[in-house]
Design a protein around this ligand. Structure first.
Ligand SMILES: *[C@@H]1O[C@H](CO)[C@@H](O)[C@H](O)[C@H]1NC(C)=O
Ligand SMILES: *[C@@H]1O[C@H](CO)[C@@H](O)[C@H](O)[C@H]1NC(C)=O
Ligand SMILES: *[C@@H]1O[C@H](CO)[C@@H](O)[C@H](O)[C@H]1NC(C)=O
Ligand SMILES: *[C@@H]1O[C@H](CO)[C@@H](O)[C@H](O)[C@H]1NC(C)=O
Ligand SMILES: *[C@@H]1O[C@H](CO)[C@@H](O)[C@H](O)[C@H]1NC(C)=O
Ligand SMILES: *[C@@H]1O[C@H](CO)[C@@H](O)[C@H](O)[C@H]1NC(C)=O
Ligand SMILES: *[C@@H]1O[C@H](CO)[C@@H](O)[C@H](O)[C@H]1NC(C)=O
Ligand SMILES: *[C@@H]1O[C@H](CO)[C@@H](O)[C@H](O)[C@H]1NC(C)=O
Ligand SMILES: *[C@@H]1O[C@H](CO)[C@@H](O)[C@H](O)[C@H]1NC(C)=O
Ligand SMILES: *[C@@H]1O[C@H](CO)[C@@H](O)[C@H](O)[C@H]1NC(C)=O
Length: 295
């Protein structure tokens, strides 16, 4: 590679680092719904006869001091009633800002074709409050499984904290999606847990109340108990019916029909499977586990 090529390459690098035209790009971050003022820092530019603000390539505001006139443009409605231009300083105030106003804002004057000030405005969406719920499918009698969830977010990190220490986190960049982050706690855990969503400029926190979210008998436990009782009753009825069918058919055919032993056997394995998961030995806890699994 020749020296000239290296030199040109180097120049391009420096240019893009310092903004395309050697002007520093000023990064400005703002929350959706807030207002922001983009200030022209250089007093020379402020005093110029003509000042133009461009959003990308679109002219959005203009001061012409020769004819004592300043105007703002809505850019096809995108900035309607949102722009205020300060006649004196040339500063541009954008109110009730939306994420669609993110982008590059350039200040031009008669002095040169190239922008004199460059702003990179990033508008962050308002953060939803994280919702902590019980993960019914994964809860057991010894651990309460939780999920912290947010819907429709982009450019955020969702984290679980135990006290002040970070336990886990998950991030999403551009796409607007829903996020969930799991956590397992013991029912009698005394620690303070919180779920935090944050973007580079703000955060929202929800504190976990274990006794509230992980209560062993939820508010609708009565309904669950009744359903469980009803289901149990049905099971007995079915068992009795099968048993009697088996008994009757036994007289007819000794080989074909399933017998009470088999029914009992299959029920036992069902209980065993549950018991294995929660490592519960006695009958009462198995029932308890069954209810918590259903939440
Ligand atoms: C512009 O100037 C105003 C007033 O001094 C200040 O409140 C505001 O934060 C400045 N804007 C930026 C983007 O720095
Ligand atoms: C922009 O204008 C609004 C409405 O006049 C005002 O409330 C707000 O303070 C201004 N913003 C700044 C940063 O000066
Ligand atoms: C520009 O016009 C405003 C009223 O619209 C007036 O107050 C101001 O004095 C004028 N400035 C000049 C330089 O003519
Ligand atoms: C700024 O310009 C507008 C529109 O030309 C004018 O109505 C207003 O009076 C001017 N304000 C000042 C302080 O010069
Ligand atoms: C503007 O800022 C965003 C976020 O900080 C960044 O991703 C983007 O590359 C910047 N754009 C320019 C032109 O500097
Ligand atoms: C998600 O966001 C999009 C636009 O950002 C909106 O149309 C949609 O209703 C939102 N969905 C929910 C569930 O908030
Ligand atoms: C997410 O966790 C990783 C380590 O697991 C850490 O390096 C990173 O800083 C965390 N991010 C946030 C936003 O907390
Ligand atoms: C929680 O705190 C109580 C008293 O405040 C204590 O008796 C219990 O052992 C603690 N449990 C755990 C798991 O630390
Ligand atoms: C949340 O934001 C506040 C300031 O608004 C800050 O003091 C706190 O440290 C932030 N918390 C986290 C977990 O980022
Ligand atoms: C947690 O929830 C329980 C039951 O709803 C309530 O009695 C208790 O006051 C809550 N604790 C905190 C710290 O909010």
């Amino acid at each position: 590679m020749g020296n000239v090529e290296t030199f040109i390459f180097f120049c391009f690098c420096s240019w893009s680092l310092a903004g395309v035209f050697g002007v520093e790009v000023k990064s400005v971050s703002v929350m959706e719904g807030d207002s922001v003022t983009l200030n022209i820092s250089d007093t020379d530019i402020q005093k110029d006869d003509q000042i133009m603000w461009k959003f990308g390539q679109i002219l959005i505001a203009q001061i012409n001091r020769k004819i004592n006139k300043s105007t703002v443009h809505s850019a096809d409605g995108r900035f309607r009633d949102r722009l205020k231009l300060d006649n004196e300083t040339g500063s541009l105030n954008i109110t009730n800002i939306r994420t669609t106003h993110s982008g590059v804002y350039n200040v031009h004057s008669t002095k040169s074709e190239t922008p004199l000030n460059i702003f990179n405005l990033t508008v962050y969406a308002r953060l939803p409050v994280p919702v902590i719920s019980r993960d019914c499918a994964s809860s057991s009698s010894s651990y309460c499984s939780l999920l912290c969830s947010v819907v429709n977010v982009s450019d955020v990190t969702l984290s679980w904290y135990k006290g002040n220490s970070l336990l886990s986190n998950i991030s999403v960049s551009d796409l607007s999606i829903s996020l969930s982050l799991p956590l397992e706690v013991e029912y009698q855990d005394n620690n303070t847990y919180s779920c935090v969503i944050n973007n580079p400029i703000s955060n929202q926190t929800t504190h976990l109340n274990i006794s509230e979210v992980c209560q062993t008998y939820p508010e609708h436990s009565l309904i669950v108990l009744i359903s469980a009782a009803a289901a149990g009753f049905l099971l007995i009825v079915v068992a009795v019916m099968i048993f009697s069918t088996c008994k009757t058919s036994k007289k007819v055919n000794q080989e074909d029909t399933p017998c009470p032993e088999e029914i009992l056997y299959s029920e036992t394995t069902f209980n065993k499977r549950k018991a294995q998961k929660s490592r519960d030995k006695d009958e009462a806890e198995v029932v308890y586990a069954g209810i918590t699994v259903r939440c």
